[in-house]
Design a protein around this ligand. Structure first.
Ligand code: SF4
Ligand code: SF4
Length: 348
């Protein structure tokens, strides 16, 4: 007997039903033809066979594209502010991929270290993550270059591996152990099951063939930072649509706006993107009006500035920015073709 558990794939619904008694369970689902996180409908577990990754990453479950922060109104007694009850209900995400779980671990400090962002934390702290190892990575995935294995994760509570007719389940945290402790649907995995899971994980790792050379990447980016000609070439085909940042699991920029009608309104925050020319617009100037500066910022923030501050690259190689870009801009090509010497005069 091993410490892992297993369940027949056909019985997954029973396990999710059990967890639904305590949690709102989210699973990958087909929404208007796209893979998206959705509340489990109580029956469908077919995602286990077709799902590769969601278009919108799991960060949206904690940091939604648009979120009301509070509402306000004015009457004869002055202004009144009504804060929404912070979303503290318990949720369980079944099937998060290792790259997206790592991305949450990378952005967590943004929302809890300098100040406590209770909008994010109230959801994050009430969520358990059940990871599902990839068996069929996309051509655009390059997670292995960022130290991530597509079949394994240390950033989830439970890790699930598809071993054909069964799912092998490993508990990584106390919350994970509690989840499976009373689940009578589970049975102990055998050594043969664990050997099969190891084989599946290794095969998935080998399938990720796209690579990025991250060695000395900070130094390489620093060396070409002022090379305007290079960055103009890199940015040439980008149309500044922002998709690569909005749907990146490690991007966390937001804007805040008030909507006011007569004497009442609400304050919202919504995803923002450094790809947009107005992102850095200020009354007297805009330091990133030219597109090449914005593209440079996107690349350097992830691979140079963020590691400088937090000692971790802010990219998990999920490949979304490659497969979803309307003009096929490819961050791996950019990173693998950085100039070794600055060729242009500093014009910045
Ligand atoms: S998705 Fe492509 S076109 Fe859109 S901003 Fe990103 S690189 Fe540019
Ligand atoms: S930069 Fe691209 S590959 Fe890296 S985490 Fe963001 S979307 Fe994924």
């Amino acid at each position: 007997m091993t410490s892992s558990q297993k369940i027949g794939k056909k019985d997954l619904g029973k396990l999710l039903s059990r967890w639904s008694q305590e949690f709102t369970v989210f699973v990958p689902s087909l929404e208007t033809g796209q893979a998206a996180w959705a509340k489990w409908d109580g029956t469908d577990t077919s995602f286990i066979d077709w799902y590769r990754n969601t278009v919108v990453p799991a960060k949206a479950n904690f940091f939604p594209p648009v979120e009301e922060m509070f509402s306000f109104k004015k009457d004869e007694d002055g202004y009144h502010i009504d804060s929404p009850a912070l979303d503290g209900h318990k949720q369980l995400l079944f099937g998060i991929r290792p790259c997206d779980a790592r991305a949450l671990a990378i952005i967590d400090p943004i929302f809890e270290d300098l100040y406590e962002d209770l909008y994010y934390l109230s959801k994050r702290r009430n969520t358990v993550l059940v990871g599902l190892g990839c068996t069929n990575p996309c051509d655009s995935c390059f997670c292995t270059s960022l130290g991530i294995s597509p079949g394994e994760s240390g950033d989830v509570d439970l890790m699930v591996t598809d071993i054909n007719d069964y799912l092998l389940i490993e508990a990584l945290t106390e919350a994970g152990k509690e989840l499976i402790a009373s689940a009578s649907e589970l049975e102990g995995a055998t050594e043969a099951d664990e050997a099969k899971a190891k084989e599946v994980k290794e095969a998935a790792y080998r399938k990720v063939t796209r690579k990025v050379d991250t060695e000395n990447i900070q130094e390489k980016l620093l060396a070409c930072f002022e090379d305007e000609d290079h960055w103009e070439q890199v940015a040439a085909k980008c149309i500044s649509c922002g998709i690569c940042t909005l749907l990146c699991p490690t991007c966390y920029c937001f804007d805040i706006n008030d909507e006011l009608v007569k004497k009442q309104g609400a304050r919202f925050r919504s995803w923002d993107s450094c790809a947009f020319s107005i992102y850095t617009k200020m009354p007297m100037e805009n330091p990133r009006e030219e597109k090449w500066r914005r593209v440079r910022q996107k690349v350097c923030h992830k691979f140079e500035f963020y590691p400088m501050n937090s000692e971790v690259i802010a990219c998990v190689g999920c490949g979304r920015c490659i497969r979803l870009c309307p003009v096929n801009w490819d961050i791996t090509q950019v990173l693998n073709n950085l100039p070794t010497q600055v060729t242009a005069k500093d014009k910045s």
